[in-house]
Write a protein that binds this ligand. Structure first.
Ligand code: SAH
Length: 257
């Protein structure tokens, strides 16, 4: 049986033009756009997938947001890792349920959410307290507060060391990941995977050089190109616009010894 929408839940409202609104349902409240308003009470108690009309007769479809929807709409401190890259990182870093993962920096918590959703136990190092707080709020808003058992944040500079051992994975999104490579080598068990997201190829090259100097093998750097297609009747072609660049994903595995 489908679960009905409850007060306190997040919903995504989409309109005919593809506009998307993230709303937390509350009894007695109204959602307003330039195209009219809808009472939250009209949504509470119904199932997702319903279509409702605003006071000005605009149609809105109601969904529970996916992780991707949420990441693209949530409040941000730092720039987030985009869903296409988070998805690839989960596979390239082989994140599994119960994996012990060190993540740094934590930023807005977008990548944390993918790691937690994949079942990992995440220790996050973030140098900015305001970002760590924002990340924690975002993560709890989407995944619920039970996730705190698997999500531990510390205000620390990851380039100064990692206070953990027997890690399965180290996942980095910070400007100078090469400074973390020796600490990752000390904390990962043999076969463990280091994955780093870097907007610039120069950063990726510097990271690869740092890996050359240590107990690492199977190093690889990729970028993920994601091209949407427009499919409508006879018009079947790639979309005119695409996000041309986000970042590179570099991975390497720790050798024994
Ligand atoms: N992956 C995050 C975004 C990270 S942005 C997301 O998807 O939301 C990069 C973050 O790294 C910033 O929050 C910055 O404060 C943090 N950072 C930079 N250098 C750091 C360091 N040496 N140790 C820990 N965090 C660092």
């Amino acid at each position: 049986m489908s679960r009905t929408l409850q007060a306190g839940e997040l919903v995504l409202l989409t309109d005919r033009k593809g506009r998307r609104y993230l709303v937390t349902l509350a009894e007695g409240r109204e959602f307003h756009t330039h195209a009219g308003s809808v009472a939250h009470d009209a949504l509470i108690g119904s199932t997702e997938g319903i279509q409702v009309r605003t006071t000005r007769n605009a149609e809105l479809t109601v969904w529970r947001p996916t992780l991707r929807d949420y990441v693209l709409k949530m409040p941000r401190g730092a720039q987030v890792v985009y869903p296409k890259d988070s998805a690839a990182i989960m596979m390239l870093a082989d994140v599994f349920p119960g994996a012990r993962v060190l993540e740094s920096g934590v930023g807005s918590g977008a990548l944390s959410m993918s790691l937690l959703r994949a079942g990992a136990m995440v220790l996050g190092y973030e140098i900015r307290e305001d970002f760590a707080q924002r990340a924690e709020e975002n993560v709890k808003a989407f995944l619920g507060s039970d996730v705190s058992e698997r999500y531990q944040l510390e205000i620390r500079d990851c380039s100064l060391g990692i206070d953990a051992n027997e890690l399965d994975r180290v996942v980095l999104d910070l400007p100078e990941p090469w400074k973390v490579v020796p600490h990752a080598a000390a904390s990962l068990h043999p076969g463990g995977i280091l994955a780093a997201y870097t907007p610039s190829i120069v950063q990726a090259v510097q990271l690869r050089e740092a890996c050359e100097a240590g107990p690492w093998a199977a190093a690889s750097t990729v970028e993920i190109l994601h091209r949407g297609w427009h499919i409508k009747e006879d018009a079947v072609r790639p979309e005119h616009r695409m996000v041309g660049h986000t970042g590179f994903v570099t991975t390497a595995r720790r050798l024994a010894g």
